[in-house]
Design a protein around this ligand. Structure first.
Ligand SMILES: O=C(O)CCC(=O)C(=O)O
Ligand SMILES: [Fe+2]
Length: 407
């Protein structure tokens, strides 16, 4: 088995498929490059910056997006039908809409990206990989990346308990990206999936957000990120176990958590390339999103699509299940496995967006359901469903934390 990867101090600069000279969009990224700490660039900022024509259109799109409520996350929804024929649509200044390449220009070659080399968990390496991001509460894990807790013990289990394990795996080093295997139990996945019911709009625990359709005269029809799934916003007090586990994994208070969301993709539905960061106009509510915690609620077969893909990052796939076979490199794509959590960081700890985390939810041949929680820099004021407050969930979360042996 390959020896542990070199420490980040000797990080290699991966020469990935960088073409062109574009840099991440500015006004849609919550700050100009000048706002950023130049010292950060060697790791994630993307090096020197030039203004390009495409950046102008990106900036314009960013402003449009902010005005029209477009967001990089699930709250934003634009139907594919309203934005799928851009060649016919000119914006209000008579320009054609920007292309995907212009909005999300390829990263330049000198942007650092460090893929993983092996599968072994190395605590010291993980510690340094997460040093500039929100990271993981490593106190919950032992030196082999395992975390043991109790499952069951509730009324529905007749008090019976079993021992459960989370396995933490780092699947990308810089930017850091993790999987937590067995984060949710099968029955937790099923109960979260059961919120997703088209026929029950009276369920007060959730609010379904239909994808808004912008009128064709609206300039937002140029929006390039397209999401065709359906999102249910959950009351915090309806999902105490999910919150207790998120709090344990990340070591953050509930008040920094956005409304938990369950998202369902029907076959063929997708969320195209996007960043999860909040646009500038949204930053007054809790600041930037520092972490995306996404839990797959069902399995998707290997060739059934539905993966979460990171456009600019490389992943490693082993030919056999045990990591003994020869690894194959390719774009980092996470295949949904029921109960597994994917954790990544749309921005650095200081709120600077990390442009390397551009990603998409690929279309699948089968239904795909996920649960998501975003962690903000500060206190987040929830809005949906009406009256939804983190404080209402406190008792339930403490109860779950005790049941799980977290406190
Ligand atoms: O569905 C996925 O795999 C990704 C979803 C996502 O990126 C998002 O909701 O922001
Ligand atoms: Fe996303």
């Amino acid at each position: 088995f390959p020896s542990p990867p070199p420490p980040p101090s000797s990080r290699i600069r991966s020469r990935l498929a960088g073409r062109g000279s574009g840099f991440g969009p500015s006004s849609s990224r919550g700050g100009t490059d000048d706002d950023r700490d130049p010292g950060k660039k060697s790791v994630g900022g993307g090096g020197k910056r030039r203004r390009t024509r495409s950046e102008t259109s990106v900036g314009f799109l960013g402003e449009l997006s902010e005005r029209e409520g477009w967001r990089g996350g699930s709250k934003s929804s634009s139907s594919s039908s309203s934005s799928s024929s851009p060649s016919l649509v000119l914006d209000r200044f008579g320009f054609p809409p920007p292309t995907e390449e212009e909005v999300f220009p390829p990263l330049s070659n000198d942007v650092v990206r460090v893929p993983v080399d092996g599968r072994e968990y190395d605590r010291a390496y993980v510690v340094s990989a997460i040093s500039r991001h929100l990271g993981v509460n490593l106190d919950a894990f032992d030196d082999s990346g395992r975390s043991v807790h109790v499952e069951g013990g509730g009324e529905e289990d007749d008090g019976r308990t079993t021992t459960a394990r989370w396995s933490l795996r780092m699947i990308h080093v810089d930017p850091p990206i993790f999987l937590v295997e067995d984060f949710l139990t099968a029955s937790e996945c099923e109960s979260l999936s059961s919120f997703v019911d088209d026929d029950d709009d009276d369920d007060k625990r959730v609010r379904r957000i239909p994808s808004p359709t912008f009128s064709s005269s609206s300039s937002s029809s140029v929006a390039v990120s397209r999401r065709t799934s359906t999102t249910w916003f959950c009351r915090y007090d309806a999902v105490p176990a999910l919150l207790a586990k998120a709090r344990r994994l990340l070591g953050v208070d509930l008040n920094r958590m956005e409304e938990p969301q369950v998202v369902r993709y029907r076959p063929g539905e997708e969320f195209t390339w996007h960043y999860d960061e909040v646009p500038r106009s949204g930053l007054s509510n809790g600041g930037q999103r520092l972490a995306t915690l996404l839990v797959y609620l069902n399995d998707l077969g290997k060739d059934r699509g539905g993966g979460t893909a990171f456009r600019d990052l490389l992943g490693m796939e082993f030919e056999d299940g045990d990591g003994e076979g020869r690894p194959r490199r390719g774009r980092l794509v996470v295949t949904p496995r029921k109960g597994t959590a994917l954790l990544f960081f749309p921005a650095y700890q200081d709120g600077t967006p990390d442009e390397r985390t551009l990603h998409r939810g690929e279309a699948a041949l089968d239904d795909k359901t996920i649960a998501q929680i975003w962690i903000h820099e500060g206190s987040y004021r929830a809005g949906t469903p009406e009256g939804n407050r983190q404080s209402c969930a406190m008792d339930g979360v403490e109860y779950e934390a005790r049941r799980l042996g977290f406190s």
